[in-house]
Design a binder for this molecule. Sequence first.
Ligand code: NAP
Length: 506
Amino acid sequence: MTRSVFGERAARICAVVAAARTEDFRTQVKQASRESHTVELRLDWLANDRERHRALDWLKRSGPRKTLFIATCRRRIGGGEFVGGALEELFWLMKAKEAGCAWSDLEMETLRELPEQSVEGYAIPPKVLLSIHDFRRTPRSLSAPKLPKHGGVDAIKVAAMSQSLEDTLRVLRLARGSSQVVAIPMGEVGLPGRILALRAGSALVYAPIGEATAPGQVPLKDLRDLYRAHELTAKSQVFGVIGNPISHSLSPVMHNTGYVAARKDAVLLPFLVERLAAFIKAAPEFGLKGFCVTLPHKTAILRYLDDCDTLAAEIGAVNTVTVTRSGKLVGSNTDYIGVVRALEGKVKLKGSRVLLYGAGGAARAAAFAVAKAGAEVLVCARRDVTARQLARAVGGDLVRRAALRKERFDAILNATPIGMHPHEEDSPLRLDELNCSLVMDLIYRPLRTKLLRMAAKKGIRTVSGVEMFVAQGVVQWQHWMGTRAPEQAMRKAVLDKLQAEERRWR
Ligand code: NAP
């Protein structure tokens, strides 16, 4: 790996301090310095010149001594918050030097406004990172940046908004083989590239301590502890989860926690995918070894596969794709096994009567799962035609909603989104329709849905969708890694995340 222009001791995950008030600035600087040896100070985020004076005075007097500080006072023209002109920006960078900052980050727009387009002669921090931002798009003409021969510039940063994975790859390619380039694909589409930037050769990656300062930034703790961006190398195995939307997916937290617990040199990244064809084209350059598939691509992915296991083909949905050594894409469905595992030991499926409420993708996986385990499958949905189709596919029957009150089942499974956050007070079924010994809700946001709460009140055993989610993830993990998954750690990571979310909703 090429040596960083920021020096031997510089941490490559740069913590970003961005606060409006000096008090918060101080708190963030202290925290940032504990978390990383390299810290960017966004002076433009401070509310006004008075706060900038106060913050830099404090830094000079009492700031951490061993930290490498990069001072930035980005103007509006360069995508920052600073309302002053180029000379005022330089004034604050000079103050930052007095306060002990070793590097300054200066926009291309500022350099262009200076006499002879040079910062030489200004008493700003001695090392200069010249930054080029495009917050709207990744320019088509993007080429490897060259350091200006004159102008006192030591490194270049290119940060461009990714609108496609091809954009992300174009930005990452800029960092290849250079120690002086910081490459940042921005936005949610660019997120996998941000995580892989250091592996691609970027000298730094930025991560906020507080609020995000650029679109698609990943909090420092996640970038370091969950994705381990600074440890990834060409040898690391890369996996993904694709979907649209994708930010809510718990697959990254579950799989990456599993890799850390089992000491695997692997990472799983979230890919926001609108067009499957474009993702399939870009996947090899990301070095993907496999990916999870979530809504809305579970059925559409089938046409891009080279092979698919019989069961997934029968269900008509794939949630797991493995990339073989020769680059072939092989599909399978672990939702199916997830349902079986979630019900294992809680209900004897062989010879039982199971009602599925809903007839969409998840219901299909569940229907095949319980039917293959020997249960009689009854399907009820708001449209009889889809319910009948699914029931027939697994040798079962349609049950009309009006008949539910008089029917008795061993288990009822909800496979509709009714009751999902933020509609926690909705239930897909009424109390008098819950005539069974077990209710499973495929929903896991919230963990205890209204349906499960109602069932429990009636003395019926309940199973949360989180059991299915973790079980399918564990099978996926083992499938790709070929070793036993650290199930406890993966389950805990998912539950912690869901419980933290629920605390925020309250
Ligand atoms: P889907 O393919 O869109 O199917 C949803 C089903 O629910 C369809 O039958 C739909 O009927 C029905 N439905 C939707 N809104 C309804 C309403 N207001 N009243 C009555 N029926 C309604 O979705 P999916 O992928 O099967 O997902 C279903 C649920 O399972 C989601 O909550 C999802 O989060 C959960 N899930 C959980 C896991 C897990 O691991 N635990 C895995 C996958 C999915 P129409 O066809 O008439 O629209």
